[in-house]
Design a protein. Structure first.
Length: 382
């Protein structure tokens, strides 16, 4: 029986019952009372995600949120099984140090690290961190970076005199076990080539199925040229309720909380983004509040104020399960989800949608699957 993989999200810039903006040049805004990203609150979300059956939790990177490495290292101590999909930018740290950090993380958490490599689509933010390469050069550097890191993880000694990176006799005294999987996204030709050569899982933001299918075909072709295969994941928000009317009422409540001036500011900033993926997100709604359901149960409203992933699955539990099955039929095996607020929405999805996917034979709770394989696990809350 095939089993889809679901990851949740740790809101390290703060959480709210309304949409929290930020990322890719969008202002860091929230229209309601903010929940600060304390270890107590993030740990509460992580424990809920673990109990509900999420495999991992994505933690973002950028000036608008807490540092992903430090945060997940601390939150990991509040959980037993949950993995952490740590977003990081390869231009900010040496590849040897990054490989060593990942190896340490694996040993200290029992192998619960996944890496989401973010090349960086905003030159202005990159320059604030001391990185003055242009976008295409950043992708070439990312390729060199991942080449070094992967060789080190395999126990090799690396010498590289590259265009952007140089290491001599680089080696790890202790390699990670298991080797962390690399997640990578990007829609530009440069991003596609890096993903094809170095990623384990290619992540796309939540575009309509036809666009996702085209992107998957493009990545499969590029990976085949490199003699490799990829798995595919998708990044979406979710609003799942017992009835479709309740789900859409929540979507409209979120939309009503968007101040027009905030939308205008966010859209103006996002329009300056260098990210091809961000451009594709903006094209889904064009800055308008009208016609935001761009495919059945796929709503583009989040992207009016938030950079990056800007679409949400909206509907009753069976409708959401239908859309997940539709994406799965295209080749998507992993779903990285989030919702506002992240604690409550984890329960809506975990208690409403996941059991329906289990009934269809598309998903098994990771802890129960581990028990069937003879791996000791803690009791699971149901």
């Amino acid at each position: 029986m095939s089993s889809l993989t679901f990851h949740w999200f740790l809101p390290t810039s703060g959480d709210s019952r309304d949409v929290v903006g930020g990322g890719h040049g969008a202002p860091d805004t929230g229209t309601g009372r903010r929940r600060p990203p304390t270890m107590a609150y993030l740990g509460q979300i992580a424990r809920a995600a673990e109990d509900l059956g999420f495999t991992g939790a994505l933690t973002p990177t950028g000036a608008w949120c807490e540092d992903a490495w430090l945060t997940t290292a601390m939150v990991s101590q509040a959980t037993e099984r949950l993995k952490f999909l740590v977003a990081f930018r390869p231009g900010f740290v040496s590849p040897t140090l990054a490989a060593q950090m990942a190896s340490t993380f694996q040993r200290q958490t029992g192998g619960r690290l996944l890496l989401n490599v973010v090349t960086g689509g905003e030159s202005r933010e990159q320059r604030a961190y001391g990185d003055f390469l242009d976008k295409d050069a950043r992708y070439r550097r990312t390729g060199e970076f991942l080449h070094v890191v992967r060789e080190l993880w395999q126990g090799g000694t690396v010498d590289l005199d590259g265009e952007h990176l140089r290491v001599e006799q680089a080696r790890l005294t202790r390699v990670p076990d298991p080797v962390p999987e690399v997640y990578f996204g990007g829609s530009s030709p440069a991003a596609v080539e890096v993903a094809a050569r170095h990623a384990d899982v290619y992540l796309t933001w939540g575009e309509p199925p036809a666009q996702v299918a085209e992107k998957i075909a493009r990545l499969r072709e590029a990976a085949a040229r490199a003699g490799r295969t990829l798995r595919f994941g998708i990044r979406l928000h979710v609003i799942a309720r017992d009835t479709a009317a309740d789900a859409w009422a929540e979507a409209h409540r979120l939309l009503d909380g968007f101040d027009p001036a905030t939308v205008r500011e966010a859209q103006a900033n996002l329009a300056r983004s260098e990210s091809e993926g961000q451009r594709r997100m903006l094209a889904l709604h064009g800055g308008s509040r009208d016609d935001l359901e761009i495919h059945p149960n796929l709503w583009a409203g989040i992207g009016l104020v938030r950079g990056g992933a800007g679409t949400a699955l909206v509907g009753d539990h069976d409708e959401i399960a239908d859309r997940i099955a539709e994406y799965h039929a295209l080749g998507i095996d992993e779903f990285v989800l989030s919702g506002y607020p992240h604690l409550e929405e984890a329960y809506w999805f975990g208690e409403g949608v996941l059991p329906r996917l289990a009934a269809r034979g598309l998903w098994r709770h990771p802890a129960r699957a581990g028990a069937e394989a003879g791996v000791p696990v803690l009791p699971v809350a149901v």
